[in-house]
Design a protein around this ligand. Structure first.
Ligand code: ZN
Length: 149
């Protein structure tokens, strides 16, 4: 069990240090700024949606390892998902970090479930949720910047 925890920790550290899809996207269809003042995490999320499908997702910004890893893994998971699937994923992720990981969450989220550990650390929930809340606002067409406060 400890080995598994160690592996999950390594995966978060790896994504935190070398975030995937970490670049500006010039031809995005939606862009949103998200900010977590509690920790100082800030990111700009870019998504490209065509025919109700997320064809590309990227981000830029700076923050703690959890926030960067969460954004990195989220952008990887989003590519190729329909808007409906993306919204469902958001729901499972939100449930996982606030209420705890259910079996349904685990099967829907796949490796994103490694972030379920933040559930035990309320301050970290906002770090892990930032990218997802920003995504939700971007897809719903909300004009305001996102703040976790
Ligand atoms: Zn943070």
């Amino acid at each position: 069990m400890n080995d598994v925890r160690e592996l999950y920790g390594q995966m978060i550290i790896d994504h935190g240090r070398k975030p995937r899809n970490f670049h500006l996207m010039a031809d995005h269809t939606a862009m949103k700024v998200g900010y977590n003042p509690l920790c100082g995490d800030k990111l700009v999320l870019y998504v490209k949606v065509e025919n109700k499908q997320v064809v590309d997702a990227s981000f830029q910004g700076e923050g703690c390892a959890i926030s960067m890893a969460s954004a990195s893994m989220m952008t990887e998971a989003l590519k190729g998902k329909s808007l409906e699937e993306a919204t469902t994923l958001f729901g499972h992720f939100h449930h996982m970090v606030t209420e705890g990981l259910s079996d349904e969450d685990e099967s829907a989220l796949g490796k994103l479930a490694i972030l379920s550990g933040v559930n035990a650390y309320p301050a970290r929930v906002k770090c892990a949720s930032l990218a997802w809340q920003t995504l939700n606002a971007a897809l719903s067409g909300d004009d305001n910047d996102v703040s976790t406060e």
